[in-house]
Design a protein around this ligand. Sequence first.
Ligand code: ATP
Ligand code: MG
Ligand code: MG
Length: 591
Amino acid sequence: VAAKPTNFLRQIIENHLTEGTHAGRHWGGGPGDAAHHAAGPVDAAKIRTRFPPEPNGYLHVGHAKSICLNFGLARDYNGICHLRFDDTNPEKEEQEYVESIKDAVRWLGFDWQDAQGHSHLYYASNYFDFMHRAAVYLIEQGLAYVDEQSAEDMRANRGDFTTPGKDSPYRNRSVAENLQRFADMKNGLLADGAAVLRAKIDMAAPNINLRDPAIYRIRRATHHTTGDAWCIYPMYTFAHPIEDALEHITHSICTLEFEDQRPFYDWLLDHLRAGGLIATPQPRQYEFSRLNLTYVVTSKRKLKHLVDSGTVSGWDDPRMPTIVGLRRRGYTPAAIRDFCERIGVTKDYAWIDYSLLELCLREDLEHQAHRAMVVLDPLALELTNWAEVFGSSAHTEACQLPALPHGKDDADVPQRHFGLGRHVWIEREDFEETPPKGYKRLFPGNKVRLKGGYVIECTGCEKDADGKVTKVLATVVPDTKSGTPGADSVKVKAAITWVAQHDAVPAEVRLYDRLFTDAQPDAGGKDYLALLNPSSLKVVTAYVEPSLASAQPDDKFQFERFGYFVADRQEHRADRPVFNKITGLKDSWGK
Ligand code: ATP
Ligand code: MG
Ligand code: MG
């Protein structure tokens, strides 16, 4: 535990732990206790947080912030964090999403199993019986009523910021009539949308969320866990506080959009606690600012649209800010956790620059990603004096370079081995027939080093009928091999990357760029679909050094001079290598 809390939530939790104010009589013996068993044995001294996704899509980088926050607090304060599927919306939820969310949480390095081995994985739908009972209780107390106004009337009568709402003609029904109509709703006697159960609070409340919010609606839809058992479903604002209470959550942390819901959260739990339906102390809600990350959209609805419209190849397209997309792009869990740590937790509205995420990735990979040479835009180079120098055109020279930059004489540094021969691939941009001012690479008469190989001197080039250079010609300078005593005998101003044609491995390299051209593609009512970057993906056939032939899916590398790349976890195969660009070596974002 840090000496000084690094954010306001940590400060709150440390105060609670010191004062013991979060802890209490969890086994209160009320009628809610049957449901309490869901949360496993309760150690009243521990804090409990939860990450409560709705299983209606894949998680994105914003959810990563919430995961790192909630699971991180539990980890650092010896508490427990629940993974809870908030599955109260049957039409949009699917088992596929449940599985992907579990994978994402585990991949990020967190676990819903506590130190004693209890699994804290919950479904809101497990509490449907209890929620129904809580609704009946509110009706019995005169705190809820069945409203049968049309949807339009209900909307009109809610009022707005300047006008108080108007009471529904159904607001003063008797308890008995409300119980009957609610039973009719539950028993399928009313059509979808024909009635809702509303909390009876205050139609003139300045906070519109307190103007008799709907708490149950009729929806004939098959639910992914409860099937067709129910045709009424609780509203999120009613369900969520109850889920927190039944699971003995101490700190219910959510994004600031829910700040206006907090009075209802407290209203509901105050009443349920007074009625003995939930234990004490009741959970409290705390809000923080959501992550806004430049150059991406983080709304599941918009991300789903990109997938459904075929704009991207799927939820795990490497351009997507989803966890599966970031993973496939080559981002590491450590880099994402570090990013979430660095952006901090506040209540301020802010945009975080995408370059911070890239910086975290570079810092994580710098000392672990093996180096490799690749040629992304290949141009042939022939060393015309090869046979004279080495006795045969077919001769090859064994070369090596360290795989990691630890200083060359460190015996533990792994080495990469590759050959040099008469025929080589170089980058097209490394040759200029007529060099621009200051150009230090290959042009007729100039010498450069083939990195890790020999010094060569350019003698000319061959061209096709259109004047396009098809081959660069050069001679090898004998006795200048890297790592030999003669290496420094000839001074050169540049070392270029290359791969020999005899041992180069052809590979598909996917050069990804940002998906949007605008830093805030969906802010202020902008049409994010009109701001897609048309060149967010460029695919090239490259030649890579032979050490990459044994790359496994998900292995990460630094391709010298180009940046960090990953063997694609879906499509990379030994006989058909595929590498994705993660990010460049330096911050080029916004340039
Ligand atoms: P979206 O708006 O993208 O559909 P959501 O908020 O509806 O996401 P949920 O599944 O309900 O998605 O979110 C689970 C948790 O993740 C919530 O507690 C929510 O506050 C948090 N969360 C979602 N987006 C962000 C974000 N951008 N930054 C931080 N936390 C987020
Ligand atoms: Mg939601
Ligand atoms: Mg949302």
